[in-house]
Write a protein that binds this ligand. Structure first.
Ligand code: MTE
Ligand code: CO
Length: 390
């Protein structure tokens, strides 16, 4: 237009005065224009926000790392505000030397840096019987992907001297829920970490400050936060979280137990119900995330027509075992309706199943371990909706 674009021709408010100095924001927070990028909860899901879950805004993120302030939260008894000076980690049970570590003691062990996803076993659980929640934040947002700094649990167990009769460990949280789970010793000695940093900074209180257990590739419930004790034993404890919860009711009325590994899964994060296409037909970027508790993601395929034709997506970003992967698919949208799906394949050759296939095997009574393929229907206006097709 003749007048020109005022965003170019006029001096903007932020250029008409000096900005804040380097001392104004000693611990930085995002731009106020990003205020909509937040964790959200679904009030009707639980009776109370103290024993509840909030969801990671996956549709607003890119790359593979979840910013600390946006990592979904799942607490059974709220956030424990642990004083690091009073923090203790006890190792007892079938060990030669029961030990108690302070935080300072832990910092004298060799540490490692590893990127892992944590997915709650209940992620997508509300979708077992059909599409329900309109947005990938709610259908898939019980996941975060973080670089942990921590001590291999093996080193602490070796320090205590695990007896030959030992076969299981039981981590316990210091929160009012005193969360406990049984974990096979083999996993504990393999890749578990006793972590105290996330993405470089101290763990956030929501994520278990000052210390949490990291159980790579396995369901989030086992990643005990505010870790205060590890008991070593010769059999599982059969506690609440592995009997009444975190089991999968099968069609024959029996329940699967000890289904620890999170299988390969993916979701398109944009476009999606909370992230519609607003630019009309033409160049369009599809993006999403994929992960597997059994290894790396080798390949993600994307379909625009509900699975009739598949296109290999472009992976971009570091590929670590048991970490989130980022994929993109760029195409020219002709403005016609789309049925978007993504399908992940992991380094074991396992391919993410359709929801139909999953229900054939597992029935309709499950909550946990729903890794079925997600469909978004996009209309001519670019509005996306959570649907199922068969
Ligand atoms: N650890 C303790 N001590 N208390 C808890 O309530 N919730 C578990 C697990 N560890 C929980 C806990 C569940 S069910 C999940 S999914 C993860 O923590 C969630 O971790 P996050 O809050 O960092 O997302
Ligand atoms: Co959980």
């Amino acid at each position: 237009a003749a007048a020109g674009d005022p965003a170019i021709t006029q001096v903007q408010p932020w250029a008409q005065m000096l900005g804040e100095g380097v001392d104004a924001r000693p611990y930085g927070t995002p731009s106020p224009f990003e205020a909509h990028v937040v964790r959200r909860n679904v009030p009707w899901l639980t009776a109370d926000p103290v024993s509840s879950v909030s969801f990671t805004p996956l549709h607003e993120l890119d790359g593979i790392i979840t910013p600390n302030g946006l990592c979904f939260e799942r607490h059974h008894a709220g956030i424990a505000e642990v004083d690091p000076g009073e923090y203790r980690l006890m190792i007892n049970g079938l060990v030669d030397r029961p030990l108690v570590f302070t935080l300072q003691d832990l910092l004298r062990f060799p540490r490692e840096n590893r990127v892992y996803f944590l997915e709650c076993a209940a992620n997508s659980g509300m979708e077992w019987r059909g599409s329900q929640l309109n947005g990938c934040q709610f259908t898939h947002g019980m996941i975060h992907n973080v670089m942990y700094t921590g001590i291999p649990l093996r080193l602490l167990l070796e320090e205590a001297g695990v007896k030959t009769s030992a076969a299981w460990i039981m981590p316990e949280g210091a929160d009012a829920a005193a969360m406990t789970r049984s974990i096979p010793l083999e996993k504990a000695m393999d890749d578990c970490l006793v972590a105290f940093r996330m993405n470089g900074e101290a763990l956030r209180p929501e994520q278990g400050y000052p210390v949490r257990l990291v159980v790579p590739g396995w369901e989030g419930n086992m990643w005990v936060k505010w870790l205060r004790r590890i008991e070593v034993g010769d059999q599982p404890w059969h506690h609440r979280e592995e009997t009444s919860a975190y089991t999968d009711l099968m069609p024959d009325g029996r329940a699967r137990r000890f289904t620890w590994v999170m299988d390969a899964k993916s979701v398109i994060t944009s476009p999606s119900p909370q992230a519609p296409i607003t630019h009309g037909p033409g160049h369009t970027v599809i993006t999403g995330v994929a992960w597997s508790g059994r290894g790396a993601i080798l390949r993600v395929d994307v379909t625009l027509d509900g699975g009739i034709t598949w296109h290999q997506a472009r992976m971009s970003g570091p590929s670590f075992d048991k970490s989130m992967h980022r994929f993109y698919y760029e195409f020219d949208w002709d403005g016609r309706p789309l049925l978007l799906q993504s399908r992940a394949m992991d380094s074991t050759g396992y391919v993410q199943p359709t929801k139909e296939k999953l229900r054939e095997l597992r029935g309709l009574s499950s909550i946990y371990h729903n890794n079925g393929i997600q469909t978004w229907a996009v209309n001519e206006q670019g509005v996306a909706e959570n649907v199922e097709i068969s």
